[in-house]
Design a protein. Structure first.
Length: 330
């Protein structure tokens, strides 16, 4: 598939098998947005990408970053993740400790006020067996909001007996054991990704054509590879957007298809490229799908090289014309 008016890097990526599968999934299957999930070892992962690639978390992240750098995916802020400043792992345990002695044995204490006499103390001082009794006037507290109320809370360290308003949050790395404060932690942004408007428009003209054509050919009894590879007489391996073998025939005729798209007119260069590959591999029949149309010089070359041409503005039109060609060449 050749796409004009786009960066060289984007053009290369559009031709990669994993990229085709991933982008088709985003458009055709309504995945819409690639969202990360937190992983205690890797920090975050993109399972949808890993599923398509069959690769590692690192492979998936590297592919996503390539697609974003090429303008195919748009990066959106999703979350912040905390990393260990020592080993850079994301496997972090959060605990709260006494800000004085750093002990974890801390208890929250509710403050009660006995409304009639105004006495204020922690709940433990009011509790006697299964009742609440005011330590000052010894009257039983029966109804919250009527004869007593909760006026606040604090924490008490059971180790050093200090009282404080807020405990200190402490992070412990489960991977290397390093303990650090939140101010000492490393932070990183985590992103989700969606297709850019430009990429979506390009893909609707190109990649989706391939998958729709694949579905049609498979129904017709062809074994289809996207992209497909054929070795030529020169020993060179050539890549086609589609290579289809007719499983209904004992000779297994090989059909090859390339797709070229442009905002206006596809020039003759894709036709020349397809002819060169055909000449070396002997593939037949060969089809050039031009979206939306092929230049006059391109049509003349295609006629000279015996390359079937399909001009189409959408997938339905392309499949309809392909059906006619298939009936004629079979």
């Amino acid at each position: 598939m050749q796409v004009t008016e786009t960066s060289t890097e984007r053009l290369k990526l559009y031709r990669e098998h994993d990229v085709i599968l991933l982008l088709n999934r985003l458009i055709s299957e309504g995945a819409g947005e690639l969202k990360p999930i937190l992983d205690p070892v890797h920090g975050f992962r993109y399972p949808e990408v890993e599923k398509v690639m069959g690769g590692t978390t690192t492979d998936a992240v590297n592919l996503i970053e390539k697609l974003a750098n090429a303008g195919i995916l748009e990066k959106r802020f999703f979350d912040k993740i905390v990393y260990c400043p020592s080993c850079k792992a994301a496997n972090i345990a959060f605990r709260y400790v006494c800000p004085v002695c750093r002990d974890t044995h801390i208890d929250p204490k509710a403050l009660f006020e006995h409304i009639p006499c105004g006495y204020i103390d922690i709940e433990d001082r009011f509790r006697k067996d299964d009742k609440l009794l005011c330590p000052r006037c010894h009257v039983e507290l029966k109804k919250l909001g009527v004869d007593y109320k909760r006026v606040g809370s604090w924490f008490e360290c059971m180790a050093c007996k200090r009282r404080f308003d807020d405990p200190l949050p402490i992070c412990t790395c489960r991977s290397c054991g390093t303990t650090f404060t939140i101010k000492e932690a490393d932070f990183a942004d985590v992103h989700s990704y969606v297709l850019t408007a430009k990429a979506k428009a390009e893909l609707q003209k190109g990649v989706l054509f391939l998958t729709r054509i694949r579905d049609f050919l498979e129904k017709e009894g062809y074994s289809v590879e996207i992209p497909g590879y054929l070795e030529g007489a020169s020993g060179t391996t050539h890549r086609f957007d589609i290579v289809a073998s007719d499983t209904k025939l004992p000779t297994k005729n090989v059909l090859v298809i390339d797709v070229a798209s442009s905002d206006t007119i596809v020039e003759e260069h894709p036709v020349i490229s397809l002819f060169a590959k055909n000449f070396d591999t002997g593939a037949s029949p060969s089809i050039m799908i031009a979206v939306p149309k092929l230049s006059e010089s391109g049509k003349k070359l295609a006629d000279l090289y015996k390359i079937n041409v399909i001009e189409a503005t959408d997938m339905d039109e392309a499949v309809t014309k392909l059906d006619r060609i298939m009936k004629a060449v079979r």
